[in-house]
Each structure stands twice: as C-alpha cells, then as structure tokens.
Write a protein that binds this ligand. Structure first.
Ligand code: PEP
Length: 244
C-alpha cells in the first residue's frame, strides 16, 4: 500500500516570515495519515525542519558531493540541513538550466546515495501534447532520468505537464490517468512488480483546493506536487485534507 504524499514546491518564494505558514500546517496536520513534504528555498530549509513531523526537502541538488561549484548545493548539504528529499528535473530547471535527463539522473543518484528521496519530475510541453507525443516524451524522460537502483523509499515520480504549471490549466482526469498508468507500467516493467508498484507517482500542475479531490480519485495518483497553492496554509491545507 503506497502512502499518500502531499509535496509543496515553494520555488524562489518565501523568507523567514513565511515560516509561519509551515507552523500552521504542522499544527493542523501533525497527526496526518499522509506524508507532507515542503521544499522551501534552500535559505529556509534548516529553519523549517524545526516543524516536525512535517518533512522537508530541497528543490535541486548538484550531482557531485562537494567542490568548486559556486551557488550549487549538494545532497549531503541538504541532508545536513535536515532535509529528507530533493526535487530533481523540474521543468523550470530542465528549461532554464538546460538540465537534460542524463543530468537529472545523476542528480537523482547523488540524492539517493545520501539517503534522500529523489522526486524526479517529467512532463510534456503543450506542443508535444498537441502532436500526440506525450507518452513518447514521458517514456524517454522516465528511461533517461531514473537511476537503476530505484525503490519505493528512494524514488517518487512527479508527472507535471509543462503547460499546466502555474497556468490554471489542468489535464482531464482521463489524460492524467493515461499518463500515470503508463508510468506505473513502465516502472513495473523496468524494476519488477514489487518495486514498480511501491514507487509513488504524483500529479503536479495547477492543483488547487477546488480540483484536488477529483484529481486524487484517479488510479495511480498517489498525491500531488503543488507549487503556488503550497505557499499558504489556507490553500495547501484543503489539498492535504483531500488526500487524507
Ligand atoms: C510546480 O511548479 O511544481 C507546480 C506544480 O506549480 P503549480 O502548482 O503552481 O502549477
């Protein structure tokens, strides 16, 4: 049985003052039956970890453990700051930092080597969906971005159609289901039924309090990766409740 996961990606938003939102979530969902993970900016990670039992992670990591990489942070540093997870391969990094799947895979492997859970993101552009290439794109990103040593503990896959991120556009439930079923089948084929069925698959892209419940009815949707609506407890709490 896969434990549901509500993950928030704060992106480049938030200062110390915003930690109050995490405090509200910890109070409201301290005994939650689902996993709640917040990935704030790296500047807030250590301070955020005082709000256990919520879990915290980073939004990216370098593929190497240390060295001359100005501005980057390593998986070991994320762990040292109290993080237990890291998002890799978000479409904003794939685009703005030219992170192709081979790089994403190396970052995921680095995270797993430190005992972190890698949340590997993938998704098609509007043009790729229009051209009916969605499953080809996802198949390629899955094969290229996911390391060979995946387990239900060290890997989460997030399906995030690029055209749905921050736009208010959401795929139909059938479209979400088609991709999640495809990802599940590919994971089972590559890693065997045991591991393949234990890896959680999140949907991400304009998840809001008013659409979360219906998205969570789709088979193989094990939770959500939420951007904008994870920034306040008022918006994120109903999404978590829809999963609980
Ligand atoms: C995201 O960037 O991971 C995301 C899903 O953003 P939003 O929820 O704002 O669409």
């Amino acid at each position: 049985m896969r434990r549901k996961l509500a993950a928030g990606n704060w992106k480049m938003n938030g200062t110390q003052a915003n930690l109050v939102e995490i405090g509200k979530l910890a109070t409201a969902h301290g005994e939650s039956a689902v996993d709640i993970l917040i990935c704030p900016p790296a500047t807030l990670l250590h301070a955020a970890t005082s709000y256990a039992p919520l879990k915290f992670g980073a939004q990216d990591c370098h593929m190497l453990p240390s060295g001359a990489h100005t501005g980057d942070i390593s998986a070991a540093q994320i762990k040292d700051a109290g993080g237990s997870a890291v998002i890799v391969g978000h479409s904003e990094r794939r685009e703005a930092h030219e992170e192709h799947s081979e790089i994403v895979r190396a970052k995921a492997r680095a995270a797993q080597a430190e005992g972190l859970m890698a949340i590997v993101c993938m998704g098609e552009s509007a043009a790729q969906r229009e051209a009916q290439n969605t499953l080809d794109i996802i198949g390629g990103q899955l094969a290229g971005s996911i390391p060979d040593n995946a387990t239900g503990e060290n890997l989460v896959v997030a399906y995030e159609p690029i055209w749905a991120i921050g736009t208010g556009l959401v795929p139909t439930l059938a479209q979400i289901g088609e991709v999640h079923d495809f990802i599940r089948a590919r994971l089972e084929r590559r890693f065997g039924a045991g591991v393949g069925r234990s890896v959680r698959i999140l949907y991400g892209g304009s998840v809001k309090p008013d659409n979360a419940a219906e998205i969570f009815t789709v088979p193989n949707v094990d939770g959500a990766l939420v951007g904008g609506a994870s920034l306040t407890a008022d918006a994120f709490s109903p999404i978590i409740k829809a999963l609980e």
